[in-house]
Write a protein that binds this ligand. Structure first.
Ligand SMILES: [Zn+2]
Length: 438
């Protein structure tokens, strides 16, 4: 029987279902954490007793955003090192800071800060790859976000994994600890890149991921330097090398994919590899511009990610959508490319598909999980409203998000966090940053 426990009432609904137009004055019914019904003014509305009502008048109601790639606890290093070449940024600044300052405690608070920032900007699902992932998973669990939490795998001493020969054992144990613990948290592995992981490590990581039926994430062809190094070492372009190692399948999530030849794009598409585009990180580190329009034409499924906070330096997916759309237009010198609707799909249903979650989230339809946000339209920069999708992508920012829920649980109501103590989290991270600064 339809007996909703939460009712979102009165907004303009973007279900993002293929071919569906915005529904005005819509009501979304939520029962047991799932979407139980959508009503418009012409539907007969029974009276529901005992349900919490969320007033969504003058808002857009839409699916929560999916941040398909990030290193959440890197909020700790926001603004620590900017305006440097990737290699110098990574090897001289970020890796040493991580080696020195990351531990269970710092990663936990850094991840919680990232959770606050993502909730406040409408992200409800995150794909994270980092170290000390028990701490990250605990932070996501506390925050109530949906997450794929992947243990970082790298073939040199890493935070929490001083002996690189143990990197996969650590990852496997992490997967075992977190399998089935929570409906919201899925564990997994994240191989840093082709140049920092050996062929054997990559193959073993895929073997573990396939056995557990989990995605495996990897940074792929982020810079020209990386591509050249793979060519030098293996004699093959990165994608061909991955194919020959047996790594290309629908469980692989390839992040960045900035420097790809046409043939590599074809191979990725043939093998149904999921891709994640991180335009702001690629711009800030001057890595280059991924050929998104060409990849979309080949049928690749592409999500959108912020990447870590130290190379962005924020976790606002609204800004990322805007940037993604504009960057591909300027790259191709064609304003018709990467339209707002595509950018929005990348940040929702397509990101969900890349993570293997598209049957559960990414659109608003009956039976899916109630991961929903509202965007407050009572703002000068959001008036008038001719095309809600254009408003979302080109005019709105994360700060316009009003309410956020995951699994039907409200995490932010009228811009107030319902579960987390934001002051406490910010104070802890300031304290940690004082240690990092000194
Ligand atoms: Zn990354």
């Amino acid at each position: 029987m339809l007996q909703p426990d939460l009712i979102i009432e009165g907004g303009t609904l973007l279900t993002l279902k293929e071919g569906e137009k915005p529904l005005h004055h819509a009501t979304v019914l939520i029962q047991g954490g799932k979407i139980a019904g959508v009503l418009t003014p012409k539907d007969k509305r029974p009276s529901f007793h005992g349900a919490e009502v969320l007033d969504a008048k003058d808002t857009l109601i839409m699916p929560g955003l999916v941040n398909a790639h990030g290193h959440t606890a890197m909020t700790l290093f926001r603004g620590l090192a900017d305006d440097l070449p990737l290699r110098q940024w990574l090897f001289e600044k970020i890796f040493p800071a991580e080696a020195r300052y990351l531990n269970e405690e710092t990663v936990y608070w850094g991840a919680l800060l990232g959770c606050l920032e993502m909730i406040a900007s409408g992200t409800t699902t995150v794909s994270d790859g980092y170290f000390y992932q028990d701490a990250t998973a605990r932070a996501f669990q506390k925050a109530g976000l949906r997450a794929l939490v992947a243990q970082g795998v790298i073939d040199f001493p890493a935070p929490g994994v001083p002996d690189p020969t143990q990197n996969l054992a650590v990852g496997k144990a992490f997967i075992e600890r977190w399998t089935g613990v929570s409906d919201l948290i899925r564990p997994g592995l994240f191989c840093h890149s082709l140049t920092t992981c050996s062929d054997r490590t990559l193959q073993e990581a895929m073997k573990i991921s396939l056995a557990c039926s989990l995605p495996l994430q990897i940074h792929l062809s982020e810079t020209r330097e990386e591509v050249e190094e793979v060519l030098r070492r293996s004699g093959k372009p990165p994608v061909a090398h991955l194919r020959d190692l047996g790594l290309l399948n629908e469980h692989l999530i390839a992040v960045h994919a900035v420097h790809l030849e046409d043939e590599e794009i074809e191979i990725l598409a043939e093998n149904r590899v999921g891709l994640v585009h991180c335009p702001e990180s690629n711009m800030k580190l001057a890595s280059g511009m991924a050929r998104i329009t060409e990849m979309l034409r080949k049928g690749l499924v592409i999500g959108l990610g912020t990447d870590g906070c130290a190379s962005n330096n924020n976790l606002d997916l609204f800004k990322e959508m805007d940037t993604a759309a504009k960057l591909d237009k300027v790259r191709t010198l064609d304003p018709v490319n990467l339209q707002a609707a595509t950018a929005l799909k990348m940040a929702t249903i397509r990101g969900a598909k890349v993570l293997g979650l598209d049957t559960e989230i990414g659109t608003i339809e009956v039976g899916k999980k109630a991961d929903i946000i509202t965007v407050d339209l009572r703002k000068p920069h959001l008036v008038p409203l001719y095309n809600p999708i254009s408003t979302i992508v080109y005019s709105a920012s994360g700060a316009d998000v009003k309410d956020v829920m995951v699994n039907g649980r409200v995490l932010m109501k009228d811009r107030s966090f319902t579960g987390l103590d934001a002051e406490e989290v910010m104070a802890k991270v300031r304290e940690i940053s004082d240690r990092i600064r000194s």
